[in-house]
Design a protein around this ligand. Sequence first.
Ligand code: KIV
Length: 269
Amino acid sequence: MTTVRDLQAMAGDEPITMLTAYDAVTATLVEAAGVDVVLVGDSMGNAVLGHEDTLPVTVDEVASRVGAVARGTDEALVVADMPFLSFGADEGESVRNCGRMLKEEGANAVKLESGPHTVELTERLADLGIPVMAHLGLTPQSVNQTGYTQQATEREEAAEILELAVAHEEAGAFALVLEHVPANLAAQVTDALSIPTIGIGAGGDCDGQVLVFTDVVGLAESSPPFAEQFGDVRAEVQSAVADYVEAVESGEFPAKQHANTADDLDELY
Ligand code: KIV
């Protein structure tokens, strides 16, 4: 099984691959394709739960899907993305919510959308044996403050990200996601840290890359500008389902091979 130490050993040597998954079937496929880290992202809010953003996602929803993903994987590191307000307001509650993902659902680590308010919590969780992946730059749980635009384009904000990245490494974070920040900032953060950086919309100099599953396979209705579509699953699904509907409506399905008869069941009435 991939451990946080394995990821740290890969940094700078071999690119780390991370992708989201929200159920066991997808997790199995993602792992079989060679992904190192499966993130049960709160992106499930917009990707699969039909919400406008990630804010309504609950701890129970993440927990249920972390359990499914953990059951669908053997090798990949499973990271539970802690949803909006499940951490940060109260330390005890934050620790219990994060701990539940490992203790009850089989996650190997948690991810926290980070800021000055998560430095102490990262230290507390790491002390308790809960590995923390930090997340800086665009943090979608702050959409009401920042929108979805690129972050840290000014020197002051970029310097603050660099400082926070170092603070989270010192607090014990084992990796850092950098989302939608200029590539030259991500490169400097990567240089400054010894823990791996995993970029999304942050250029090619991070130690790894992460994207959202539905964007990668072409299942999403719309995707952010920094995502790349590597398949067209939406079209495949639509065509398969349309063929099924047509086959039922035309009487082509079910055919003889899809059913059998049992002896002595004729003429029951
Ligand atoms: O929720 C998520 O999927 C994420 C990734 C985009 C990093 O946070």
